[in-house]
Design a protein around this ligand. Structure first.
Ligand SMILES: [Zn+2]
Ligand SMILES: [Zn+2]
Length: 149
């Protein structure tokens, strides 16, 4: 290690739901954390949803039969533990990446909240007080890290 400040890409993390029925492992790099303030995330989490993402083919899940899927739009679905209700995954049909609840990580060192999306939809009872990027609607310009060679 040099003394230079570097943004390491978090990788090879594990996580799971609150009750332990669903566990996952990512064998590869993971995206930095985005906070979504849209109405679906608000309702599903009680506040806002903080999520990272991984390449779908680098994610392995145990207890997948315990995941219930909620189709949250015509093109996307959200997976949560059917035993304890923990939100875990968000997938867009046909996408090569899967969003993963940041709160479900066993080890979140190296992660940083870098953007807020759907800020126009956020609840009025809190303020966004950090200096992360803010996007009025969906979308962000935070790239997926390249797959490991
Ligand atoms: Zn659970
Ligand atoms: Zn959302």
């Amino acid at each position: 290690m040099t003394g230079a400040v570097r943004d390491e890409t978090p990788r090879n993390r594990t996580g799971g739901c609150a009750c332990g029925s669903v566990r996952y492992r990512v064998d590869g790099p993971m995206k930095q954390v985005i906070a979504c303030h849209c109405s679906i995330c608000r309702r599903q989490t009680s506040h806002f949803l903080a999520f990272t993402a991984a390449w779908t083919d680098q994610l392995s899940v145990t207890g997948a039969d315990r995941i219930a899927w909620y189709r949250s739009s015509e093109t996307s679905r959200r997976g949560f533990c059917s035993d304890c209700g923990s939100f875990l995954f968000f997938e867009t049909d046909g996408a090569e990446k899967v969003s993963i609840s940041a709160g479900s990580l066993d080890d979140d060192t190296g992660f940083r909240l870098v953007a807020h999306i759907h800020v126009d939809d956020k609840s009025g009872y809190y303020q966004i007080a950090d200096d992360a990027a803010r996007w009025p609607q969906g979308g962000d310009d935070v790239p997926m890290p390249p797959r490991d060679a």
